[in-house]
Design a protein around this ligand. Sequence first.
Ligand SMILES: [Zn+2]
Ligand SMILES: [Zn+2]
Length: 174
Amino acid sequence: MLFDVAQLLKEGVGAREGYSLDEAVEALQESGTTRVWGNMTLTCTDKGIWVSGKIEANASGPCSRCLNPIEYPVRFRMEEEYLPTVDLGSGMPLEVPEVKDGAFTIDSHHILDLTEAVRQYFIVNLPMKPLCKEHCAGLCPRCGANLNEGGCDCSAQVDPRWSALLDLLPTGKR
Ligand SMILES: [Zn+2]
Ligand SMILES: [Zn+2]
């Protein structure tokens, strides 16, 4: 996810360029992500390059209710400013105070690398409880049957907490 922004920086404040992104990525172990895609606009500001994008990535893992393996998209909007670390004209290092605070930077060859920012946005936007479908019925808490695939016999059985009461009924009415 590398972008050469030398030309944009040269054009100066207000210059902008649209890019589309579609890259295979090494699977993030926790999410099974293999691809990131989307559209972004890079705009030259008085401080650096403003990145504004709509990004999407694939993810996979178990449904949080029924544990079936599922594939789901992770979508997010990204707004981030990247600061240059060298002067475009002279190539001399720039003192950028924000860089010490962990701001994203453009390297000395004017390459803007989106990878780390995308990774951070992705993790923040990963659903805590992904579902195979909105109303996933989940698993039976007693026998573990997947209730999306039809019922189990548990619901037909009498709750053991009531069986003592049933014993009080006359035999014929049980
Ligand atoms: Zn499910
Ligand atoms: Zn059951």
